[in-house]
Each structure stands twice: as C-alpha cells, then as structure tokens.
Ligand binder design. Structure first.
Ligand SMILES: C[S@@+](CC[C@H](N)C(=O)[O-])C[C@H]1O[C@@H](n2cnc3c(N)ncnc32)[C@H](O)[C@@H]1O
Ligand SMILES: [Zn+2]
Length: 281
C-alpha cells in the first residue's frame, strides 16, 4: 500500500495518525495492523458486525459482470461527474467500493490523485487493492466512525452503497464534493420483474436527500440510463452480485434464469448526484 494512502488513515482504536512500516501499518500508541498479502489493511475492530458485507461469491459475480463492461457507460458517467465536481487537489475516497471498478475509472480521469477504497467485505477490499496502481484498500464499516482522518479527501464516492452523511462530511475537506449513485426504480427492471428481486423504493431519492441534508449541499443530479443486453450468465451474475443474493437460493435462481428468453434486454438506470461540503465545519 502506498505511504501516501496510509497517511489518510486514522487508528480505529485511538484515532491517531497511522504510518506504514514494512508490511504493517501502525500508530504512535503501538496499535499495529498487518498489510495483507493481497495489499489491503483490515481496520475493523474484532467485534464488528459484518452481516451486510458482500460474500466471496457476490464479489466474484460483481467482478465478472463489471469486467464484461456492462456498466462501462455508467462508470464513465461517474468519472465525468467526479471530474466536473472540480474539487481541490486531494485524495478520492470510495465508501462501499466493492471491487474498486468505478474508483479505478475515476482515478483514470483524475491522474494526479490517489484513491482509498473502503468496504466491509474483505473479499471486496482484496479485489479493490488490485484494481488500480493508485488505489489502497481497507476493511471498515460505513456505519461506524471511519478510520480516516478529518478532511483527508477532497472527493468521496458512494455508489450503490451505504452512506452516513455526517461521516462523509467529516472526511471531506472544505470545498470537497461527494458523488452519490443510487438506482432508480427502473434499474434492471426487467430482471426485477421476471425474477422477483428486491425492488427499489420510489421514495429513495427523498430519503437519500434527508440523510445527507445538514451535512452536505446538493449541487446537481442527473439520471443516467443505458440499455443492457444480457445473456443468461450475465443475468445470473447481475442477480448474484446484488442485494437479492442474500435472499435467493443459487439452484432456484439458475432454474428461473434458464426459463427467461435469451438475451434479456433491460436498462441500467441510476441517479448521479453531486453534493458539496461547505467551508463551515
Ligand atoms: C451493491 S455493492 C456496490 C459496490 C461498488 N460501489 C459498485 O458499485 O460496484 C455494495 C458494497 O457495499 C459493501 N458494504 C455493505 N455494508 C457495508 C458497510 N456497512 N460498510 C462498508 N461497506 C459496506 C458491500 O460489501 C458491497 O461491496
Ligand atoms: Zn492507535
């Protein structure tokens, strides 16, 4: 992991700065964390709850789906939104980064920056650590205090991921921005209808705004939509990587997918919003 990325981190036990020493990351108070062979650091307290973390199978399915570039236009739109935010120079933080696919696209668009991928799943962190030479990855919980220093980043990403407005604002420097991507009710609608998947709540944008209000200011929001043509393997990956994977049995899913026409035509349909952290603290 790059020392430049470790410098963004705070010890999860005492809050002090962390520094890289060989294959470990440590604070002045002698709390020590190993850099895993795969290049990420686990900063979760031992008793942390990880029930919402993506499993190995979900992360593998997400990797397959994203590597096939089915969400490439969305990834490009996120990178455009990130560049258009015109944030001051500084690090990019992706909370709930998954495989690091979208963060890598953002770093390609912002060649001077380093990126920190945060995820509750060690399978995701492992993969994100390898997604781009300028990414460092940690395992941490978006619903707890992030092991990240105040104002450490100037750009934050939250893409289909849990978000805590107060924490996003804390880790952003004044003038920093957050790019927040959420699915609309039309996202993968044909799969949702045909396979009985979890649906997106129509009220989500309002709930999202309420959760971030008071911490960050909404500057812009656009719906980004592109068509998808998916064979059965891609449909299976799309379902296995999503929230319904926690509720659908794999064998049952395969039978339901086999009964669908091939290819399945659907749309990626997301809201990309940009929020700003004001000068006040
Ligand atoms: C739907 S995936 C999105 C991943 C990535 N942003 C993308 O769009 O490809 C949600 C991610 O959030 C992670 N996650 C779930 N609960 C979390 C939490 N409390 N803190 C941090 N990450 C969490 C999951 O492990 C998963 O990688
Ligand atoms: Zn410490």
């Amino acid at each position: 992991m790059l020392a430049e990325i470790v410098a963004l981190l705070a010890c999860p036990h005492c809050g002090r700065a962390l520094r890289l020493e060989g294959r470990t990351v440590r604070c002045q108070d002698r709390h020590v964390f190993d850099v895993a062979r795969q290049g990420y650091v686990n900063l979760l307290p031992g008793d942390a709850r990880t029930s919402t973390a993506d499993t190995a199978a979900m992360v593998a399915a997400r990797g397959t789906f994203l590597d096939a570039r089915h969400f490439a236009p969305m990834s490009a739109a996120v990178a455009d939104a990130a560049a258009a935010a015109l944030t001051p120079p500084g690090a990019v933080l992706d909370v709930g980064a998954g495989t690091g696919h979208h963060l890598a696209a953002v770093l390609d668009a912002l060649p001077e920056r380093v990126g920190l991928a945060v995820d509750l799943s060690r399978y995701a962190a492992r993969r994100a650590a390898r997604a781009h030479p300028r990414i460092g990855a940690i395992v941490a919980d978006a619903w707890s205090r992030l092991p990240v220093r105040d104002g450490a980043a100037t750009l934050a990403l939250s893409i289909f991921a849990p978000r805590d407005g107060g924490e996003l604002a804390r880790v952003l420097a004044p003038g920093g921005a957050a790019v927040v991507v959420t699915p609309t009710p039309d996202h993968l609608r044909e799969l949702v209808d045909a396979l009985g998947l979890l649906t997106v709540d129509e009220d989500k944008p309002r709930r999202l705004a309420r959760a971030l209000e008071g911490h960050l200011t909404l500057e812009a929001a656009d719906v980004h939509r592109h068509p998808l043509t998916l064979d059965h393997a891609a449909v299976e990956a799309a379902v296995t990587m999503g929230p319904s994977a926690h509720h659908v049995d794999a064998a049952h899913l395969r039978d339901r997918v086999a009964a669908l026409p091939s290819p399945v035509r659907t749309v990626a349909d997301v809201r990309i919003a940009r929020y700003r952290r004001g000068a006040r603290t």
